[in-house]
Write a protein that binds this ligand. Structure first.
Ligand code: CO
Ligand code: CO
Length: 353
């Protein structure tokens, strides 16, 4: 057992943290291709487009949104870990335009290393976050494991005609992002004792903020053609999934992208999670960076986020009212670039328009 007089630092029990523990982006793509094809016509969104969640049609006006997400500790305090993991798992329902209705816990716990009260705090943090989302965690499954693991399987609902998938972005759409980047770099700095600016508190605040309000506005404002959330594959990785599925291209204006100041500083000092470097390597084939975009800036765009913001492709005439509607409810959306017809399935990063 850990000495209970010392505050427990959950991140010290995790080899890899949060969504940076995800398998790299190319890893599953090739494996999924060898599995039996999905033939059920009620599967409106399956595994072919690397979307946030699956969508299963029950009737002409009702479909289920199905998703799961879990990982090892990204933060030290157990209740924060539960809250961040829950907000992150719920996000994939919002990223389809859906409304969560219930969730199940997925738990791995090293009961020889940690007292049961730690698991109690993780579950309480998650339950409070689920409550904020208007749902309950109605069950779950727990196993013994060497590292703590926590997450949720979430079920939501959506009208089958109003699914905001990632495969319908159109040339001319503007790209809107709702949270700042740099969460992977800051949490890695904190885990390594290198968070000199004390940025982890702000990062935890961002990661535990639900994408509920943003999701509701994107779902009801109209003009939203494609929607996803920015998590383990980073901004460029999830944008790549969108442009590949939609068969379009994208331009990102680097200077418009909101990035946490501490992350800019830490990446210059050489801090970045392995998942961020893996994303950067994978995305080299899909991205062309202008000559004046430095390697550090490229890494910031590829940084593996946990519980990052929503990324939407929106008809240009809908952008202004949408940004105002978000702002009125306390969410800052930022236009970071746009969808282009070409280069197909590729991303161009330049300094600014
Ligand atoms: Co997602
Ligand atoms: Co996910």
């Amino acid at each position: 057992m850990t000495d209970v007089s010392e505050p427990i630092r959950l991140t010290q029990l995790a080899k890899r943290a949060g969504c940076a523990a995800k398998q790299p982006p190319g890893y599953l793509l090739s494996l999924l291709g060898s599995l039996p094809k999905i033939t059920d016509p009620n599967v409106l969104v399956g595994n072919a487009t690397a979307d946030d969640a699956a969508v299963y049609k029950l009737s002409d006006d009702l479909a289920l949104v199905l998703t799961t997400d879990f990982f090892t500790p990204i933060v030290d305090r157990p209740s924060d870990f539960g809250a961040v993991a829950a907000a992150n798992a719920l996000s994939d329902v919002y990223a389809m335009g859906g409304k969560p209705i219930a969730a199940l816990s997925i738990v791995g716990f090293p009961d020889a290393l940690l007292p049961p009260a730690v698991l109690g705090e993780i579950l309480r943090g998650a339950a409070d976050k689920a409550n904020e989302a208007g749902i309950a965690i109605v069950g779950g499954h727990t196993i013994k494991s060497e590292e703590p693991i926590f997450g949720l399987a979430v079920v939501g609902t959506i009208h089958p005609d109003r699914v905001l998938a990632n495969d319908k972005a159109r040339p001319g759409d503007v790209l809107i992002l709702t949270k700042s980047l740099g969460l992977g770099i800051i949490t890695t700095a904190a885990k390594n004792g290198e968070d000199k600016l004390g940025a982890i508190g702000e990062a935890i605040g961002i990661m535990s903020t639900l994408n509920r309000v943003a999701g509701e506005e994107f779902a009801q404002c109209g003009g939203v053609h494609a929607l996803t959330d920015v998590t383990g594959f980073g901004l460029l990785g999830h944008l790549r999934n969108m442009v590949a599925a939609s068969n379009v291209g994208a331009i990102v204006d680097f200077d418009r992208v909101p990035i946490l100041a501490a992350a800019r500083e830490y990446v210059h000092a050489g801090v970045a999670p392995g998942g961020t470097h893996a994303n950067h390597r994978f995305l080299a084939d899909w991205t062309s960076y202008a000559d004046d975009i430095t390697k550090h800036e490229q890494l910031l765009l590829c940084d593996a986020q946990t519980s990052g913001g929503l990324l939407a492709a929106v008809a240009p005439e809908a952008a202004t009212p949408l940004l105002a509607a978000l702002q009125a409810r306390g969410v800052t959306g930022t236009i970071i670039g746009r969808i282009e017809a070409t280069p197909q399935q590729k991303i161009v990063v330049r300094r600014n328009a």
